[in-house]
Design a protein around this ligand. Structure first.
Ligand SMILES: O=C[C@H](O)COP(=O)(O)O
Length: 222
């Protein structure tokens, strides 16, 4: 079995920028080394290069646009996040939804550039649809629980189980993550026991006074 994967999305929280992003990256490196879990970080675009240069953790973009180099303005070029040091990217986050055609094109761009693709979904039906496009990961997150402090593992384990089954039925090579309100080792253990390979989370780590303590708790029951 692969090492459990914890992906921390810093979103555009003030607490996840500049010095704080580096502090969370240091915490992720430390806890990853101690536990054997893979802990990745998805910062704002301008933090991708400094974090990937100075920390031995996977750094993810929060989004890419399905474009190739040329006459586009205000887009996120997949080649640019790759050359800044990203090893993967979120696609279709609940706070950055895309059309199905764009999701497909983003996955293909990521594959071409050797970026791991993590496609976010909101339920088991969209998890199955995303799996058909062959990303590396599908991350199912009920939107109503995102940032709520209420964990998907406890409030809606059924959506995790159904998504794992739906993705396996479509393409067993696609790995499943889950997220929304994940905040403790117990939440992570429930998610893993339901067949995921890890979690996607944000607020419990980014807004914590002591991110390292929260990360240590998240991996404590693995
Ligand atoms: O990308 C992360 C998810 O949207 C979950 O956010 P949250 O952990 O703050 O609920």
């Amino acid at each position: 079995m692969d090492s459990p994967f914890i992906l921390v999305n810093l979103k555009t929280y003030q607490e996840g920028m500049g010095h704080n992003a580096r502090r969370i990256a240091v915490a992720a490196e430390t806890v990853s080394r101690e536990s054997g879990a893979v802990i990745g970080i998805a910062p704002i675009f301008t933090e991708i290069r400094p974090l990937s240069q100075h920390h031995a953790i996977p750094v993810y973009a929060q989004h890419i646009d399905a474009i190739t180099p040329g006459a586009h303005t205000g887009h996120i070029l997949p080649e640019a996040v790759r050359s800044a040091g990203a090893s993967g990217t979120l696609i279709n986050h609940s706070e950055r939804r895309l059309t199905l055609a764009d999701i497909d094109a983003c996955i293909q761009a990521a594959r071409r550039l050797n970026l791991e693709s993590v496609v976010c979904t909101n339920n088991d039906a969209t998890s199955a649809a995303a799996a058909a496009l062959k990303p590396d990961y599908v991350a199912v997150e009920p939107p109503e629980l995102i940032g709520s402090g209420v964990s998907v593992s406890k409030a809606d384990p059924g959506v995790i189980e159904r998504s794992v089954n739906a993705v396996r039925a479509v393409n067993p090579d696609v790995k499943v993550l889950t997220g929304a309100g994940i905040q403790s080792g117990e939440c992570v253990k429930i998610a893993i026991d339901l067949g995921t390979c890890g979690v996607l989370l944000a607020s419990s780590v980014v807004k914590a006074e002591d991110p390292e303590a929260v990360l240590r708790d998240l991996v404590s029951l693995l």
